[in-house]
Design a binder for this molecule. Structure first.
Ligand SMILES: [Fe+2]
Length: 443
């Protein structure tokens, strides 16, 4: 499959195209040195449709690419499809004739996390899918029957309490449900949240005491269901941020109007003198001309005045970015540093650059991977448990167009512009996917 084949949509061409094989490798020609303290799995999920064009980038079956690190070495690489019911050939429709959705049916293609000793592949339309460390699929989990609504691909882990906070959205009421989990794997409660209509609510944010829902105008529409992505840009829906105490419920949500826009991913949020500060990758508009009309996002700060003074919106940079991440130990707390993929590219998805923001000094630095080398989302791993914010490593896959293959790369976050700490050439390319995480052995 090559870029010359412009008949294909962007997500089936170049390094967006799926790979055809599952590969296992345990020997690598490593350049540099894998940090000895990194012991665990770096996992990254993304769509990898095995049977041609699924109709939209977001709809391909999930495939996880994983690298195991231990004792200063890259021990293995493997890529495996998430063997969901649809992947295994089960043609049961996700939505039955009675209009009821079965949340055990989905692509599990968006994120992969470690939580309470388990590895979970996530997609926002259904239940998590449990995987083994070898990336074999165990199956969907509903947390002992307690989960009865979809589960976001972007749960948040409180850096202070270890709780997992999540939500899910659905095309039928209740459109949004908030989920609160213990640090040890139990779903403690699910709380329906009232919103005016079903919107695509991809992610949310937490602070020390609150969660923030983003009700933005990508609205569910059965008109476009045949196109694969049943959502339309409808700015008349308005846009609002819902701030709720973490332990609260629907009646506690305070909604704050903002200008219509779209945000897939916040970088982080935190509380400051009674206000809530939320840094996001903000699109002025999205999918105006249909579900493949991607625009560009810019890092933007919302400051929510909780006393009713509105939401102040300020751009933080004029570079287009996506996949913003932080040091996970700052989740919900004030972050100084953030990391993102620059998206100032003709295909609107990726360039050769990773951006690091120092939001205290209002400055940024770039790692330029060089011509034809495109990074995917970078995951921050601290150098040690008591390391300072930003003192650690960025782990990511980088595609090399010349070799038509990919590298696993480790950068020193504090010296992001310097040459990588380690580069591990992989036996095949890793398609431009979505999200991943570091799963340390101790977790
Ligand atoms: Fe996402």
């Amino acid at each position: 499959m090559s870029d010359a084949n412009t008949e294909l949509p962007f997500y089936m061409r170049g390094n967006h195209a799926p790979v055809e094989r599952e590969v296992t490798a345990d020997s690598f020609d490593v350049q540099g040195q894998i940090p000895e303290q990194l012991s665990g799995l770096y996992l990254r999920n993304g769509p990898n449709p095995p049977n041609g064009d699924p109709g939209h980038w977001f709809l391909g079956d999930g495939m996880i690419h994983g690298v195991r690190l231990e004792g200063g070495e890259a021990k293995s690489y493997r890529n495996r499809w998430v063997r969901t019911r649809p992947f295994n050939g089960d043609e049961t429709p996700r939505v039955g004739e009675d209009g009821v959705a079965d949340f055990t049916i989905g692509q599990a293609n968006t994120n992969v996390i470690g939580y309470a000793g388990k590895i979970l592949a996530l997609v926002e339309s259904g239940f998590p899918t449990e995987m083994t460390p070898e990336l074999d699929t165990i199956g969907t989990t509903d947390f002992g029957g307690k989960l009865t609504a979809p589960f976001t691909a972007h749960p948040k882990f409180c850096a202070t309490t270890g709780e997992m906070l999540a939500f899910g959205y659905h095309f039928a009421p209740p459109f949004v449900v908030y989920h609160q989990f213990s640090p040890t794997g139990e779903l403690l409660r699910s709380e329906p949240i009232d919103v005016p209509a079903a919107t695509m609510m991809h992610d949310f944010a937490i602070t020390e005491n609150h969660v923030i829902f983003m009700d933005l105008p990508i609205v569910f529409s059965s008109e476009t269901i045949e196109d694969g992505m049943p959502f339309l840009w409808k700015p008349e829906h308005g846009a609002r941020l819902g701030v709720m105490p973490r332990s609260g419920g629907n009646t506690d949500v305070k909604w704050h109007e903002i200008d219509p826009c779209y945000v897939f991913h916040p970088m982080n949020a935190y509380e400051r003198q009674g206000n809530i500060v939320m840094d996001v990758a903000r699109y002025n508009k999205l999918w105006q001309a249909g579900g493949n009309d991607f625009d560009q996002a810019k890092l933007t700060r919302w400051t929510i005045d909780q006393t009713g003074g509105g939401v102040k919106e300020e751009p933080l940079d004029d570079v287009s970015i996506e996949f913003p991440r932080i040091d996970p130990r700052r989740e919900g707390l004030k972050h100084r540093f953030g990391y993102a993929v620059s998206t100032d590219a003709s295909d609107g998805i990726a360039t050769e650059r990773l951006v690091k923001y120092d939001l205290e000094n209002q400055s940024s630095q770039i790692h330029d991977f060089g011509n034809g080398r495109t990074p995917s989302e970078a995951v921050f791993v601290p150098a040690s448990a008591d390391a300072a914010e930003d003192e650690g490593f960025l782990l990511l896959y980088v595609y090399d167009a010349d070799r038509d293959s990919s590298d696993f790369v480790v950068l020193d976050a504090q010296n992001i512009a310097s040459k990588p700490v380690a580069v591990v050439p992989l036996p095949q390319r890793v398609p431009m996917g979505f999200h991943g995480n570091w799963v340390p052995d101790a977790s």
